[in-house]
Design a protein around this ligand. Structure first.
Ligand code: 4AD
Ligand code: MG
Length: 461
């Protein structure tokens, strides 16, 4: 007999069939000569009840099962007299596949702190929280591909190893095969000519520059993959390795991009509301009682739009005591972003036209000479979830911006070349995938929406 997923069993219209279920024991309760097991196989938040009695030749085995043991059970699916469940299985055979010593198995039936669970990242997927997180994450990833595929965007895989700094911000991990204990030295520095690629290489901070290459040939593309940042920010919203979704669109200016971002967020959050109702209800109950209403709000409201200059004005007149004071020219901190979206507007806000000094070299300079056609999408609880811009398609201005930013134009010759041959207005953005999962689940810390979070001084598992 083939294994049936518990989710599929619980979705059935009627009982009666024999099924094979395999999973892990959540709890066991014994009363005289009957044992009740709650089994979970990760396909759904719900457990399936298995009833085992003395008709089993190995009833003693069943009766001594503990939390975490793995089992394979076949039996008949019957209507359950118990509360809170439609079906249960009356076991005809039960095989204990793996034991889990109750004296040492760390996941006993009680609520554990997320901090403790991070220390056992190899076992935390077995908890309700991390099962639900993994299912929501999966559904969001699928929705992201669906959104772009339905609109004819090509999925592009950008390289993870790169010789250029896509953000010009310098927070990159070096990739090398040089022996760090015996570095070949030339002119007082490590000799990259002897390194694997013959030049300094890094883990990419963004697939954008490569996405631009393909957008300027295929019009609509997107990347979806891991990106890496070596910034030492130990916050609840930063990881050193995170996934980013980066659409890039040719023949598109900033207004078209803000519309794409709004449609995109509404689509994926509507999709997760439709496809993960139980898991979202779980997060709503245990982590943040506003999760579902905030997601529904996003799906039905229109996003506010304001310029950076307007945002600074609102913040200055707000009367709020911010930790970081705001004035024109400073970058918005998370406290400012959250004030705008949570308190001032109460909906997602798209802030555009930031001062060029605080944004990347590739953003298109406006006629005022002071601002660039940047956009950040801010959402409640998270702040910035998307960052993007119209790109500088004029070669002379791009060159000047690169020089101002202290970049070596030789390294970007191909990026400049795109502006020499058939250049067009184009624009794109990056969505932080973990921040998206954080938003959809209400999990306060980004470390708990990544299967294996990488943060300063922490790369275990
Ligand atoms: O605003 P960012 O830095 O934009 C870019 O990298 C552009 N190249 C994107 C583009 O235009 N194609 O990053 C984009 C998003 C942020 O809005 C945030 O959601 C997320 O990536 N992000 C992080 N998520 C987790 N940990 C970090 N350290 C992050 N840094 C950025
Ligand atoms: Mg940004």
């Amino acid at each position: 007999m083939l294994r049936t997923k518990i989710r599929e069993i619980l979705d059935r219209d009627s009982a009666g069939d024999d099924v094979l279920v395999q999973g892990w024991v959540k709890t066991r309760r014994s009363s005289r000569n009957v044992t009740f097991l709650q089994i979970n196989d990760g396909s759904t938040l719900k457990d399936l009840q298995v009833v085992a009695d003395e008709s089993l030749s190995n009833f003693a085995d069943a009766d001594s099962l503990t939390t975490g043991c793995s089992v394979s059970i076949s039996g008949q699916l019957v209507d359950s007299p118990g509360k809170g469940q439609r079906f249960e299985i009356h076991a005809k055979s039960l095989e204990v596949m793996g034991l889990a010593d109750p004296d040492t198995y760390p996941l006993q039936k009680k609520r554990h702190t997320v901090e403790f669970l991070r220390e056992i990242a190899h076992l935390r997927p077995r908890t309700n929280t991390f099962g639900a997180m993994a299912r929501v994450r999966n559904t969001l990833a699928f929705a992201i591909h669906r959104f772009f595929q339905e609109r004819g965007f090509l999925f592009l895989q950008a390289p993870m190893i790169t010789a250029s700094d896509a953000e010009g911000a310098g927070a990159m991990f070096r990739v090398t095969t040089l022996d760090l204990d015996q570095l070949p030295i030339k002119n007082g520095a490590a000799d990259s000519a002897e390194d694997f690629f013959g030049e300094p290489t890094f883990l990419t901070v963004s697939g954008q520059l490569e996405a631009e290459i393909f957008a300027l040939a295929l019009s609509d593309v997107y990347t979806f993959g891991p990106t890496f940042r070596a910034e030492n920010s130990n916050t609840s919203r930063h990881l050193a390795e995170f996934w980013m979704v980066e659409p890039e669109v040719a023949f598109c200016e900033l207004d078209g991009l803000t519309e794409l971002a709004e449609d995109f967020l509404k689509y994926i959050f509507t999709y997760v509301l439709d496809h993960c109702p139980e898991d979202l209800a779980f997060f709503n109950q245990w982590y943040d009682e506003s999760v579902i209403s905030t997601l529904e709000g996003i799906a039905s409201s229109s996003f506010e739009r304001m310029t950076y200059t307007e945002a600074v004005d609102i913040l200055q007149r707000s009367g709020e005591k911010f930790e970081f004071p705001v004035h024109w020219g400073t970058d918005l901190q998370s406290e400012h972003e959250r004030y705008l979206t949570e308190k001032h507007i109460g909906r997602p806000v798209i802030v555009t036209d930031y001062p060029k000094e605080i944004k990347a070299f590739y953003m298109r300079l406006s006629d005022d000479g002071k601002t660039v056609r940047a956009m950040d999408v801010l959402v409640p609880r998270i702040g910035e979830i998307i960052g993007g811009s119209q790109r500088e398609e004029r070669k002379d201005i791009l060159l000047e911006r690169m020089r101002e930013s202290g970049l070596d134009e030789q390294n970007y010759w191909w990026y400049l070349d795109l502006r020499s041959y058939g250049t067009v207005p184009h624009a794109g953005f990056g969505l932080g995938f973990e921040r998206t999962v954080q938003f959809a689940t209400g999990m306060p810390n980004i470390r708990d929406v990544s299967p294996f979070p990488r943060t300063p001084k922490s790369a275990g598992f």
